[in-house]
Ligand binder design. Sequence first.
Ligand code: HC1
Length: 575
Amino acid sequence: KVSLTIDGRKVTVPEGMSVLEAARHAGVDIPSLCYLKGVNEVGTCRICVVEIEGSKNLQASCTYPVSEGLVVRTNTKRVLKARRTVLQLLLSEHPQDCLTCYRNTNCELQAMAHRFNIVEIPFHGERTTFPNDDKSVAVMREPSKCIRCRRCIGVCSAIQTAYVYSATHRGFESIISPAFGMSLDDVACITCGQCANVCPTAAIHEPDNTSQVWDALNDPEKYVIVQVAPSVRVTLGEEFGFPIGSVVTGQMVAALRKMGFAKVFDTDFTADLTIMEEGYEFLQKLKAGGPFPHLSSCSPGWIKFCEHFYPEFLDCVSTVKSPHSMFGALAKTYHAEKVGIDPAKMVVVSVMPCTAKKYELNRPEMNDSGFKDVDIAITTRELARMIRQAGIDFANLPEEEFDTPMGIASGAGLIFGATGGVIEAALRTIYEITTGKELPLPQYVQSLRGMDGLKQAEVELPQGKIRVAIAHGTGNARMLLEKIKSGEVYHFVEIMGCPGGCVGGGGQPILPLRRGWEGTIDYRMDRADSLYKAEKELPYRKSHENPAVKKLYEEFLGHPLSEKAHKLLHTSYTP
Ligand code: HC1
């Protein structure tokens, strides 16, 4: 332990902390823009400067280590003046188009300017403008809005290990960008959007597809339906002031119906279907002796990561399409037939926590219905914007239910939204199909759930003991794949591209940092807990018990892995 004085108060903290952490620990709010705990501790923005007794210069508190007897002042006139000057300099080269900016009212730079009462910018001079990078369908860059905080570099390198961003050039020309100024679309970007989630301004965000949705909804020739991913119902409320992880399924369905969708369906339905197809695919592999490990395929960020960095594992990836893509393929065949609609007139919209789903729907593999399976994907954030535009009083909406049959889902489908959920859902079904008994769930909860980067468990099946593993965030996936390459044997592996799984997706609400990335609470865990609580309330908790899935097989697909199922619901990836 180390004792120091911060603003006249004696504070005792663990050794190794920075002054910034120590101050926050003691309830003293030192502002910062570039700092991201454990990810970006580089002291570049200089907003967090403080006075340290005995030191001539102001020091960046995020990189200054605590030591015994240190005396720190965080709020002196000199400190405040320095912070204001730094902010004014940043703003002097910022576009200042707040009114029309994607992050208006949720921008850290704007909030900081407000906090420091910046009402004028005394610095005028040359400004550097950079062209936008809007070539990727999933993630877009507006480099002129970049404040060079480097959080995107930190998250893309340390957490995701995709290493897309770096700092290039010097001075006014300095820019954070993919190598050689290339577009995100032309480098090994996995489109996970984690960089957008940590960007303090609108320098990185998803392309806005909301007007395409409004256009479709206003076209009398179109039949527009929507599917909603499992995790969106526990995060959308955050955009409307609900506590983190609030379950707002009923209000969300009601809002979508008010917006004019002909049907409001649930991706959880096809998550259940995924378990049926993937469960039987896994059992086939067990019989055939491999190839192992069987790798999950529902996260498009992970698939792209595998294609770029581990193509040697593509043979092991499940051929089952993601629930999102399956839904589109079935909507334009099964549902179109049922309601007697020409699939050419159908528009399938997805609400996803994920930027990579925008990329996935544009993959050439995703058109087995004879059309593009899914037409438009919007993020949780985009849906919130649409709800606001429509003037819907979200918080006070009476709750409504999903349409049937593609809105009927089990708890197993719902927990897909959290890391470990896919494996847990698969085990509930595989165990019961092979043993005739229910999976003794309490025995596995500890090892399958939670935010540990790598999780694993062993399950006894009549075919023998199987080893399962779970990784979330592609940095953890890389570690797991390296373990496998050096001889560790697993049979079934779930990989989700985003930290926490879809609850931490790149299209989820951006929380103020102290509640989000740096919060004392783990917001991903709060969202995941809500999924686990909500699934307990559902009438079915295993995918094979979902009556709508059973009916789909009876009426349309035949049986799991049937020829029709293969045609519509499976695909393959080649390096
Ligand atoms: Fe996901 Fe999935 S769980 S990938 O995280 O398998 O995006 O929520 O919709 O497709 O079901 C996302 C979430 C989502 C798919 C499902």
